[in-house]
Write a protein that binds this ligand. Structure first.
Ligand SMILES: [Fe+2]
Length: 256
């Protein structure tokens, strides 16, 4: 199977755009379309022709570019069935358990609701890559806007069991602020301390902190660590269900 080429670029204030290409089959997808001009510029820079948009959720900073890009390229827009009415230009609706081909690459779809009610994640198992939108961030997770803590926790659990080396691309560069918050939840986590320093250095150099991996997130992301005794103790929630502890961490982040 030919390699999947991946190009990530910053756009809007703190979003990432991502392009993927299977050169052998002549297909190029934009993971979400935060901004048509920025996506078009990235395509031009790479010399790639857009054939698909894979939408993770309906928020404007993920779909605002859909119609302009579709008008220009006639690309096919794939997006979440559960919020299809809110995804401009959607051609094909997908949800939990669906698979489709992107060139020679298999794409599997998970429902990962919580940030929005119909949010989906795209996983390319043979390539070891996942596109998590605003569900999972590096050292963080998306705000629970349309769902509840239990729902979001169930969504994160689906990502936590992916192979540890899975590269995870996310919708936003929030990592440095996330690291600062994470250290208030688990200050004794040595892996987190080390990573917070690495993240600060990357950002100071103007470099992205993404993609991350499932393995790194399991070690450093407090939202994925409600089972850790030191965290439960700090929150005064010893032995409480994971989703409740997750919910408390999310509440604290909202207030931070
Ligand atoms: Fe969002």
């Amino acid at each position: 199977m030919p390699n999947l080429e991946i190009h990530q670029f910053p756009c809007l204030s703190d979003n990432y755009g991502v392009l993927i290409r299977d050169a052998s089959q002549g297909v190029v997808a934009s993971i979400d379309a935060p901004d048509a001009k920025a996506v078009a510029a990235a395509l031009k820079e790479k010399g790639w022709k857009l054939t698909h948009i894979l939408t993770t959720h309906h928020h404007h900073d993920h779909t605002d570019g859909n119609l302009a890009l579709k008008a220009e390229t006639k690309c096919t827009i794939i997006g979440p069935r559960a919020e299809a009415a809110r995804v401009p230009g959607i051609d094909r609706q997908v949800g939990e358990g669906d698979t489709f081909r992107f060139g020679d690459h298999e794409v599997r779809v998970f429902d990962t609701p919580g940030h929005t009610a119909g949010h989906i994640t795209y996983w390319l198992p043979a390539d070891g890559v996942a596109f998590a939108g605003d569900t999972l961030f590096a050292i963080g997770c998306g705000r629970v806007i349309e769902g509840n803590a239990q729902m979001m926790w169930q969504s994160l659990k689906k990502l936590m069991v992916l192979p540890k080396e899975t590269l995870v691309y996310c919708g936003h560069e929030y990592t440095q602020a996330n690291a600062r918050f994470a250290l208030t939840i688990e200050p004794e986590n040595a892996a987190l301390q080390t990573r917070a320093k690495e993240v600060a250095e990357l950002r100071a150099a103007g470099k992205p902190t993404l993609p991350t991996t499932i393995g790194i997130e399991l070690e450093t992301n407090p939202f994925l660590r409600p089972h850790v005794a030191a965290i439960q103790q700090r929150l005064g929630m010893m032995g409480k269900p994971d989703w409740q502890i997750f919910g408390e961490i999310r509440e604290r982040k909202n207030r931070s």
